[in-house]
Design a protein around this ligand. Structure first.
Ligand SMILES: Cc1cc2nc3c(=O)[nH]c(=O)nc-3n(C[C@H](O)[C@H](O)[C@H](O)COP(=O)(O)O)c2cc1C
Ligand code: SF4
Ligand code: SF4
Length: 481
């Protein structure tokens, strides 16, 4: 990440950021800091950059031209300009949007940022209109200039740049996510000024310690920042995933949205049959694989036992690099009819069960970046109070497709009678005595084959595989809404 700061006091910014974690990140090359002195671009023979305000009044105003030239000196070499875009330029002002954690994550997606620091009464409005993309305030108070504010932002954003924090530091900082304040900390000695360190922290019982810390976080947030608790959503991730691809993609996204996601495994019939209730404080991530361009045809249809109460939800349809067609629209339709509204939808690519070539090693590092962008956008939408469902392409009520792409084989001699396939089949399609598959219940997920350690199960899907590999091998990009 490259930071450029346009300022009248470059030393202040450099000195302020040159130590500790940010200083180390600069030395290690994870971030760069380029300070540009606006005064170097003065158009006045006395090197002045300010003048009296038109219309009178106290203070001075920084002129447009030196600011524009300083900005131009950076912008002309920026990656954004080379891609035909305007570089992201942040003007620090009490009139801006108040800086918060989601904005930190959003800015951290950029490769470079320009900060413009004002002084005196401010900067000529005309140059702001030309160069500034974001007006940001670090709080409802007035500073003598934008330098300290830019340093605060650079510090917060740098934490999200890969490599800036080591593992220990990031684990520590991560716990500040989720709109919760951190739990209290204690160290040696056990007793100080007749105050004891909490006994639970000395037990060595990791689960108990985690539970205590979580509770303390909640108590502390309730006492000190109840406004944060209002915003806090409890993430519930409901997924159907016979062979684990959808689950992996859902988990990847969930960890970007929350520290404590709760999982509901709809691959198990038991959980599909159960009624699940969600409130306004919940956030549902509903994830399903694409079967024939739509949701898998299950007796207990996915998400139909859910009941929301104006609950926000995120949709995920994971697919094997062919297409997701109507799946997102279908999930949206089911959930909207049950008290949810959609604040985002994503269609990641995962390995296709019928081909080792389609979706191999997805989601990959590039996908992870897209997931992060999506996660930040969704959080931003929640912060902004979005309460209406988004538009999602596709037919919400597609004609159900009967698909039988697989011919199953069962080798009685190799079967050890362990019952694993019977228990793991998501549709209870395998007879527990004969181990034969009831074709009318089978959805062709191939889970039974994957879980059979004796090699008693195999299948033929050669024609589907050939069709897929002839037509859909070129890797698709993750789409989101
Ligand atoms: C019956 C069936 C139909 C499928 N249809 C599609 C499809 O239309 N488009 C596609 O890209 N992937 C399709 N897939 C692949 C799945 O979406 C996905 O890659 C994987 O097989 C299932 O995910 P899981 O690992 O979470 O169980 C299909 C898979 C099955 C079993
Ligand atoms: S029988 Fe096998 S392929 Fe068919 S639904 Fe059950 S686990 Fe999936
Ligand atoms: S998992 Fe394999 S070995 Fe076990 S019962 Fe099923 S077919 Fe037989």
């Amino acid at each position: 990440m490259d930071f450029h700061v346009l300022t009248l006091f470059p030393d202040m910014v450099r000195q302020g950021l040159n130590t500790s974690i940010i200083g180390r990140a600069m030395k290690d090359g994870h971030i760069t800091l380029n300070t540009v002195n606006i005064r170097d671009f003065s158009v006045n023979k006395h090197n002045r950059v300010d003048d009296y305000p038109y219309g009178g009044g106290a203070g001075m105003v920084i002129q447009a031209e030196p600011v524009y030239r300083a900005w131009e000196s950076v912008a002309k070499n920026s990656k954004a300009i080379k891609q035909g875009k305007k570089p992201r330029c942040i003007y620090l002002t009490p009139q801006g949007k108040v800086f918060h954690q989601t904005m930190v994550e959003e800015f951290a997606q950029e490769e470079e940022l320009i900060f413009l620091c004002g002084h005196y009464e401010g900067i000529d409005e005309r140059v702001l209109e030309e160069v500034v993309t974001d007006y940001v305030s670090i709080g409802d108070y007035v500073l003598t200039g934008g330098e300290l504010a830019s340093m605060v932002m650079i510090d917060a954003i740098s934490r999200f740049v890969p490599g800036v924090l080591n593992n220990e530091e990031s684990a520590q900082f991560e716990s500040m996510q989720d709109n919760l304040l951190e739990y209290p900390h204690y160290t040696r000695p056990e007793s100080w000024h007749e105050k004891e360190a909490p006994k639970v922290l000395l037990t060595g019982d990791h689960n108990k310690i985690e539970a205590w810390r979580w509770e303390q976080s909640l108590i502390r947030t309730k006492e000190r920042r109840p406004d944060l608790l209002e915003k806090n959503k409890s993430l519930k991730v409901a997924y159907f995933s016979p062979t684990g691809g959808t689950k992996k993609a859902a988990e990847m996204l969930a960890t970007m949205l929350s520290q404590n996601p709760e999982y509901i495994d709809l691959t198990r019939r038991k959980f599909r049959k159960q009624k699940q209730y969600f409130g306004k404080k919940d956030l549902l991530l509903a994830a399903a694989p694409v079967y024939g361009g739509q949701l898998p045809q299950l007796k207990e249809a996915l998400f139909t036992n859910f009941k929301g109460d104006h609950t926000p939800c995120i949709l995920m349809s994971a697919y094997g690099n062919r297409d997701f067609d109507d799946t997102l629209a279908q999930i949206k339709d089911i959930l909207e009819a049950r008290g949810f509204y959609c604040i985002g939808a994503i269609a990641p690519i995962i390995p296709h069960i019928y081909s080792e070539k389609l979706g191999a090693d997805r989601p990959n590092a590039e996908d992870e970046k897209v997931f992060r962008q999506f996660a930040v956008t969704v959080k931003q939408r929640l912060e902004d109070g979005l309460e209406e469902s988004l538009m999602i392409p596709g037919n919400p009520k597609p004609e159900p497709k009967t698909m039988k792409p697989v011919v199953h084989y069962f080798d009685e001699i190799k079967c050890k009678g362990c019952q694993t396939c019977v228990q793991k089949c998501p549709t209870s399609a395998i007879n527990k005595d004969t181990y034969q598959i009831k074709e009318e219940l089978c959805v062709g997920c191939l889970r039974c084959e994957r879980v059979c350690s004796g090699g008693a199960r195999s299948s033929d899907y050669e024609s589907v595989k050939k069709y897929l590999e002839d037509n859909f091998c070129h890797p698709k990009e993750v789409r989101w809404y």
